[in-house]
Write a protein that binds this ligand. Structure first.
Ligand code: SAM
Length: 425
């Protein structure tokens, strides 16, 4: 009688009342994850087919679109959901994504594991989902050996994922995908810089661009963790959504490539008055013709340099990842796959698509301006976004919005051009 039942996607979940966590605000997160992992599964299946055909050119392979979800696929995806609560996410993956071999739905809490077991039974996914009662740390560290590694690791903790990243990067197969949720936006957005620093080794900036900054601090941390084990990070889709961030990152292998990713890391100088931001990359790194990492030291600004626009002091933030937040071919395929899925596949189909259309157009240039803030600093009225954007376009620069903030302006124009344009209004 005290059972609450929830239907989400193709899962029906029993929740012992008050005992385990169900957060309806995360439906969007789970919808997006199902859509992304469907694509990851498709890539995996196509690679497996290539391997089979290489061994035997006459072998046949069923196209991914003809595979059914809910059927176990030998040599399909092995997924670890390290912090699973009710098993809902794992059960959705099992029932909605074709090409799956095994999913571990793990939780440290005995009550949660009871509910995971019950939900596995009632959703008929025993052949795909395995309940596991362990500390996520143990689960991840005990799967470091190549033959035990996962194709996908999903981290969806309360608050910060930081302490799980070291284990996660080690138990992911080459070119596997790490999915990360972080809900500790207060510290990531600069309300507690000291707490953010202790978790991510990076100083946040309490600025209008803080949500993108949060993604870039997490990617910096992930890069550091991965590089220790000669692994590289390749962001597929990293988004700020409501009150949390969600990242899908491919983990590649290779020591020289991992070393050369330091070329994507920078300290950020942020004007205390006008909010302008300046990047100080750690150095320039690349691979030479033999595939070894080459490094050139960066030349820092002289100590005491002030903001070049308003002469105010600069504060130091970061380090952050300057590289891309999206893989555009992944995003394009994701959009097509959601558009072509049956209408009732995702509760948040329209919202996913409208956010992904913004992501698709988003420039790779890090961070963004907020015209309201700039206008206040310059004591001008706030010009409409579209006017600033067309002025930048007319001056020959590229512009876009950031998915992380509606009234943002991303551009490859240097700051002084933005200032000149603002002054003209
Ligand atoms: N992923 C779930 C979903 O989409 O419905 C929600 C997970 S909930 C936010 C976080 C869960 O992590 C809780 O059930 C909690 O018991 C579990 N947890 C916290 N620390 C853990 C640890 N060290 N190892 C495993 N599970 C842990």
């Amino acid at each position: 009688t005290d059972n609450v039942q929830v239907k989400e996607g193709k899962a029906n979940i029993h929740l012992p009342e008050g005992a385990v966590f169900y957060n309806p605000a995360q439906v969007f997160n789970r919808d997006l994850s199902v859509a992304c992992l469907r694509l990851v599964s498709k890539y995996h299946h196509e690679n497996e087919c290539k391997k089979i055909k290489k061994n035997d050119p006459n072998a046949t392979c069923i196209p991914f679109d003809q595979l059914s979800a809910g059927v176990r696929q030998e040599n399909g995806l092995k997924i670890a959901e390290a912090l699973s609560a009710t098993g809902l996410r794992s059960i959705r993956y099992a029932r909605e994504i074709p090409g799956i071999d095994t999913i571990y739905a793990n939780d440290i809490d005995a009550g949660a594991v009871e509910s995971i077991k019950q939900n596995i039974d009632s959703n008929d996914v025993k052949h795909l989902v395995q309940a596991s009662h362990d500390d996520a740390m143990n689960l991840l560290y005990s799967h470091r050996k190549v033959d035990r590694q996962f194709h996908v690791v999903d981290l969806d903790p309360y608050g910060t994922p930081a302490q799980f990243l070291d284990g996660a990067v080690q138990c992911i197969k080459k070119n596997g995908v790490l999915c990360i949720t972080a809900t500790d936006m207060a510290s990531l957005c600069g309300n507690n810089p000291h707490s953010c620093y202790s978790k991510y080794g990076s100083i946040p900036l309490h600025q209008p661009f803080c949500h993108e900054f949060a993604l870039r601090m997490i990617l910096y941390t992930l890069h550091m963790q991965a590089a220790r084990y000669d692994r590289i990070i390749e962001p597929l889709l990293c988004m700020s959504i409501d009150f949390y961030v969600r990242l899908f990152v491919r983990i590649g292998y290779g020591s020289a490539k991992a070393q050369s990713q330091l070329g994507e890391i920078a300290t950020v100088y942020n004007c205390v008055y006008c909010s302008s931001f300046f990047f100080q990359p750690y150095g320039q790194a690349s691979l030479d013709e033999r595939g070894n990492a080459k490094f050139k030291y960066a030349h820092g600004p002289p100590v005491g340099t002030n903001c070049s626009h308003c002469a105010s002091n600069l504060r130091v933030g970061g380090p952050i990842w300057l590289g891309p937040l999206f893989d555009h071919s992944f995003v394009n395929e994701l959009i097509t796959s959601i558009e072509q899925a049956p209408e009732d596949s995702y509760a948040y189909r329209d919202r996913m698509l409208s956010m992904l259309y913004v992501v698709k157009e988003e420039l790779p240039d890090p961070l963004y301006f907020d015209n309201g803030k700039l206008a206040r600093v310059m004591h001008t009225h706030i010009p409409q976004n579209k006017l600033i954007k067309s002025a930048l376009l007319n001056a020959g620069y590229r512009v876009s919005t950031s998915h992380a903030r509606q009234d943002s302006i991303k551009t490859n124009a240097p700051h002084h051009i933005v200032w000149d344009i603002m002054r003209a209004f």
